[in-house]
Design a binder for this molecule. Structure first.
Ligand code: HEC
Length: 245
C-alpha cells in the first residue's frame, strides 16, 4: 500500500492538516521574533548579525575593567612586560588563582598596592585575589547548563514540528522523488547542524556561521513544506497524476 497523494486525502483530514499548518506557521513567526528579541544588538549595533550569535555562544571579547584601566589611566603604573603579563593572565590563564599566586600577586604588591590597599575609599582595593577578580569579569557566553537545556528542548520540539509537517508533506506530489526526500530530511539535518554548532561556537567562533546556515535550512524546508502542502491541498487545479513516492 502506498501513501495517498493530497487529491486522495479526505476533506476532514485536509482540514486537520491545514489547522496544524496554520498554527505551526504562527508559531514559526513567533520563533523568529524570539530569536531577534534575544540575540539582536549584542555587538552594540542594531539588528541581527553573525557577530551577535558569536557573542551569545562564545562570549564577548570586550575588555574587562582591569584591561580598560591598564590600557588607560593605569598604563604608566608598571613596566610593559608586567602589564602584558597581566593581560595574558586575564586572557590565556582565564584569571586563574594559581597563575595569580605565581605571577600576578608580586606585580600587584610592588606596583599597585601603594594606592589600591583599601585605605582610600575612592580607590578600589585590589590586594587580594577576590578583589582583583571582580575587575576581570569575562563574558564567556551561554553556560553549559543553559546549552544542555535548550539543546534537548529543541531536539525534541523540532522533531515533533517537522515530524508533523513531514507527515503532511509526504502526501505532496513532486516530480523529483530525490528532491522530495531531501526536503523531508533537510530540517532534521539542519537541527543537528544548528545545535552542534551552538556548542562548537563556544570552542571555535567561525561555527557561528553554521548556526546561521542551520537556521536558514530549517526556514527554507519549513516554507517549502508549508507552501507546497497548502497549495496542493486547496488550490492545485488538476489532480496530479498518480505516482509512487
Ligand atoms: C598612584 C596610585 C595608583 C597606583 C600605583 C595604581 N593605581 Fe589604579 N587607580 C588609582 C586611582 C586614583 C584610581 C581611580 C581612578 C578613577 O576611578 O578615576 C584607580 C583605578 C584603577 C582601576 C579602575 C577601577 C574601576 O573602577 O574600574 C583599576 C582596575 C586599577 N586602578 C588597577 C591598577 C593596577 C592593576 C595597578 C598596578 C599595576 C594600579 N591600578 C596602580 C590609583 C593608582
Amino acid at each position: 500500500m502506498s501513501y495517498p497523494l493530497f487529491n486522495q486525502v479526505p476533506t476532514s483530514l485536509k482540514t486537520l492538516y491545514t489547522m496544524i499548518l496554520i498554527v505551526l506557521g504562527i508559531g514559526y513567526v513567533f520563533a523568529l521574533i524570539q530569536i531577534y528579541e534575544v540575540q539582536a544588538g549584542r555587538d552594540g549595533r542594531p539588528g541581527l548579525s553573525v557577530e551577535d550569535i558569536r557573542i551569545a555562544y562564545s562570549g564577548s571579547k570586550a575588555d574587562t575593567r582591569l584591561e580598560i584601566a591598564l590600557k588607560g589611566p593605569m598604563a604608566g603604573m608598571l613596566p610593559g612586560v608586567e602589564r602584558q603579563r597581566i593581560f595574558d593572565w586575564v586572557r590565556k590563564d582565564k584569571a586563574s588563582e594559581s597563575a595569580y599566586q605565581a605571577d600576578i600577586k608580586p606585580i600587584v604588591e610592588t606596583r599597585c598596592k601603594a594606592c589600591h590597599n583599601g585605605a582610600n575609599p575612592h580607590i578600589p582595593s585590589l590586594i587580594s585575589y577576590n578583589e582583583l577578580s571582580k575587575m576581570v569579569v569575562l563574558d564567556t557566553g551561554v553556560s553549559v547548563g543553559t546549552l544542555v537545556r535548550v539543546s534537548h528542548i529543541h531536539l525534541f520540539g523540532i522533531t515533533f514540528i517537522f515530524g508533523f509537517m513531514g507527515l503532511v508533506f509526504c502526501h505532496a506530489h513532486m516530480r523529483s522523488r530525490v528532491l522530495k526526500n531531501v526536503i523531508i530530511a533537510m530540517p532534521f539535518v539542519a537541527i543537528i547542524l544548528d545545535i552542534a554548532s551552538w556548542w562548537l561556537t563556544k570552542v571555535s567562533t567561525p561555527f557561528a556561521y553554521v548556526v546561521v546556515v542551520g537556521g536558514g535550512l530549517m526556514g527554507i524546508s519549513f516554507a517549502v513544506q508549508w507552501l507546497v502542502s497548502m497549495y496542493q491541498m486547496w488550490l492545485a487545479k488538476t489532480p496530479p497524476p498518480r505516482e509512487g513516492s
